[in-house]
Design a protein around this ligand. Sequence first.
Ligand code: NAD
Length: 288
Amino acid sequence: MQILDGKALAKKIEQEVTDEVNRLKEVCGCTPGLAVVLVGQDPASAAYVAMKKKACDRVGFYSITHDMPEKISQEAIEKTIMMLNNDTNVDGILIQLPLPAHIDTTKLLELVTPEKDVDGFHPFNVGRLTTGLDGFVPCTPLGVMELLAEYNIDVKGKNCCVVGASNIVGKPMASLLLNADATVEICHIFTDDLKKHTLNADIILVGVGVINLIKEDMVKDGAIIIDIGINRADNGKLVGDVDFENVSKKCSYITPVPGGVGPMTISMLLSNTLKAAKLNAKKIKESK
Ligand code: NAD
């Protein structure tokens, strides 16, 4: 069994982004910028935003967090997003999810201009991904594809079982795999007999949020296991959705939690923001 080391690859990508940022600064005097909209006091969201901010600092991005109170109105957030859409210092806009229940999340995601949609959640970018066109792709599944590529794992023709069908993890994961010519099954909470599906898979990609959902008897010998889940165990430790101890004895490759998909998500946010900045710089140059 081999570990798919997301932490090491993320470090390598960060260095590449840093080099590219330095080059951009030299060539056109522009600094890539990321704006984060954070609403409320959810500690997990605050921790994720802090990690993203630190990563931006490490690679030399300009970054700003719009920290808003829990009870803020929909209109006030919309105003901020429109302001960020027009801010030339901002190349990427990220709305940290989940938002409080009184906020219309879909409306806000649709308000972000697709050119700054570095999370890839705008329906425009979702449509481009589904049709196999270039655009912004959600960071977590994009990070998974990069990790597989780093270990020369070609998904073409492989049976892939995606467990979890959210808009931010499972569905874009399935689209990326399909675009890379894999045979894809998507399972979710209403799937009858999950084991029947996972046992048939060459690659299992699970992002659900249930500790030990994937057990040894659900995995065929030599399967590749991508654990996207992040859960806090009773002992306070971070764990995924896979029973790592037992499944790792049976599979060929596996991502650890922490140190697998998580760091890749952050590095993909950096590369998506860099991509947005380059497109922006090109547009400005062409308009001169
Ligand atoms: P979500 O709640 O939006 O979606 C969960 C999905 O899992 C749904 O499609 C649901 O039908 C399915 N599901 C729930 N229980 C199931 C079960 N028992 N069997 C099969 N399917 C089941 O969650 P999300 O935002 O997609 O996040 C999923 C997990 O991925 C969470 O643990 C989250 O923390 C993690 N996550 C990790 C990263 C990362 O960078 N590694 C990024 C985003 C989310």
